[in-house]
Every structure is written in C-alpha cells, then in structure tokens.
Design a protein around this ligand. Structure first.
Ligand code: NAI
Length: 289
C-alpha cells in the first residue's frame, strides 16, 4: 500500500514511522525542507536506537529506511492510496491543501486529516469528491500510542469508513470511531483536565510542579498536565483549546488560558523549543514557579 503523509513535524514523522513499520511505502511531504531533513535524521536515529535495543534487525532497519521517501513537490503524491495530512492546525490552510490534492491524486485515494479538533465536514467540503475524506486522529507519539480515533464526516461514505478502520487495524492500532464534533473524544475530554490545572495554577493554589507531582503520585497519571502540555507543544495545545471553545459557542468549560497564550506568544512552546513551563535546555534559567 502507498501512503502519503503531509507535514513532517511531530505527528507526520511519527505517522510515517507507523506506516513504514506496517510494511507500506510512504512519501512524506512538507513545504519546509528544513522540517523534512529534521524528520529524516530523527527517523534514522530512532531506527538506530531500535536496532541497538534488538527490536529490529539490520534488514528491517534497511527496509524501513528504504520505504520512506522525503519529497518537496506535492505532485509526487499522485500514486498514493491513502493521504494523511498532519500540517498546521488551521482550517483554511487545510481546506486549501485538500482542494489542491484532489487534482493530484486518483479518485479512489482516501484523503484523511490528523486534525485534533477541526470539523472534518468542513475539510471535506473543500473537495468535490467529499465522500472519500475522513479524520484519522493519531496520538503523540504515534508509534507508541495504541489508540487512533477515526472520524467520518457526514459526507464520508460507508465504504471509506470501513476501509479506513481495516487499514488502521492492520497497522496494529486500536480504533475508536468518533462523531465529528469539536475535539472528538479524547481532546474534548482533555480540555477540562488542562483547563482546571491552568486555573489552579493561575489562582495561586499550587505551583505547576506540585500539581504535576500530585497527579502522578496520587492520580496515577504517567505525566502531569503541565508536563503533558509541554510535551504536546503549547502552539498545538492552545489552538486546540481555542478551537473547541469557539466551536462550542464559547462554553466557559473550555475557556483558554492567558498563561498558556503568553507562553505561545513568547515562543516557549515546550519540549520542542527547549522551554515551556519547564526548562529543557540548561542554558536558560528555570521559571520561578
Ligand atoms: P508540527 O508543527 O510539529 O508540524 C507541522 C508540519 O507541517 C511542519 O513541519 C510544517 O512545515 C508543515 N506544514 C505547514 N503547512 C504546510 C503545508 N501547507 N503543506 C505542507 N506542510 C506544511 O505539528 P504537529 O504537532 O505534528 O501537528 C500536526 C497536526 O496534527 C495538527 O493538525 C495537530 O492538531 C495534529 N495533532 C497534533 C498532536 C500533537 O500532540 N502534537 C496530536 C494529534 C494530532
């Protein structure tokens, strides 16, 4: 099976690894050649690590490396059976991309978005053949997280839904079919989790490290809410909250936080930029709280 992944950032790179592991040929496209080469070297590092730990052998490492191509021309995706888009979380940019894609791929190609919160119906509406558009929402890190939400839009055909469920199951992932509502299942449920943690911190009830510690020690969570936001990236996390808040007609349960907005504006995006709530580069001073 030939898969195309659009966007070679955190999610696109992880999804490409999942598909290559499953034996597919994958082309990964990005408008930024810097992002493409970063993605390539990250994958090579991961494969070397998997080899060292004995999880894969030399021939599997070579097979996987050879099954991923990094391309900077959208037209090279013309032979894909399935396209998974993982670009910036912006509806207009995604819609533009999907309408361009329709002129490149075959009419049988399934067009999927990895959006965290945007309307699949609205993305599908940018295509003439909208019944082949669907949401395939992986979680971060895609190679490790078992769950994948599959979201049919009202336009999506039964055939495309069933095919998609089969493909994702063949990739050894667990599928949850979700309705096309803002944030689907997990990202909607997670909003009050992050939101209440941010409110506790903003009200000065506890510092963020204490909240993380409490949730891990007593709540049984693997990561506290602030560690998790830093891991996801404040750009992605804030935008998802803003989208869900707006899409639910400004329901205060999903209200975004100014603290997080300021981190985003300062470029303190979390782990990927070296600093978020926590500091990931020794050169920078730790935040005071
Ligand atoms: P990212 O910022 O790491 O990567 C996005 C990539 O898309 C960048 O390399 C950028 O150069 C590229 N890009 C932007 N516009 C483009 C265009 N028009 N054509 C081609 N490439 C373009 O973002 P990330 O975190 O990988 O998120 C991607 C998508 O996945 C978003 O829709 C996000 O909401 C969703 N998502 C993110 C998760 C996360 O934890 N980070 C989890 C699940 C879904």
């Amino acid at each position: 099976m030939k898969v195309a992944v659009i966007g070679s950032g955190t999610m696109g790179s992880g999804i490409a690894q999942v598909t290559a592991t499953a034996g597919c040929y994958v082309k990964i496209y990005d408008t930024s050649s810097e992002a493409l080469s970063k993605s390539k070297s990250a994958l090579e590092k991961t494969l070397a690590m998997l080899l060292e730990r004995g999880k894969i052998d030399d021939s599997e490492k070579n097979r996987m490396s050879n099954s991923i191509a990094y391309v900077n021309d959208l037209n090279e995706l013309s032979d894909a059976d399935l396209v998974i888009e993982a670009i910036v979380e912006n509806l207009e940019i995604k819609r533009k991309l999907f309408s361009e894609l329709e002129n490149i791929v075959s009419e049988h190609t399934i067009l999927a978005s990895n959006t965290s919160s945007l309307s699949i119906a609205s993305i599908a509406a940018s295509c003439e053949k909208s019944d082949r558009v669907i949401g395939i929402h992986f979680f971060n890190p895609a190679p490790l997280m078992q769950l994948v939400e599959v979201i049919p839009a009202i336009q999506t055909s039964e055939e495309v839904l069933n095919k998609t469920i089969q493909i994702i199951s063949d990739w050894k992932k667990v599928v949850a079919v979700a309705k096309d509502t803002p944030g689907f299942i997990v990202n909607r449920l997670a909003r009050p989790f992050y939101g209440e943690a941010l409110r506790l911190y903003e009200e000065g009830k506890a510092d963020f490290a204490t909240i993380d510690w409490a949730m891990k020690t007593f709540g049984g969570f693997r990561m506290g809410p602030f560690e998790l936001m830093d891991f996801i990236g404040h750009d992605v996390n804030y935008i998802v909250t803003e989208t869900v808040f707006t899409a639910f007609y400004f329901d205060p349960r999903y209200k975004p936080s100014f603290t997080q907005k300021r981190l985003l504006e300062a470029g303190f995006l979390g782990k990927k930029s070296g600093r978020g709530f926590y500091n990931y580069s020794e050169a920078m001073p730790l935040p005071t709280e």
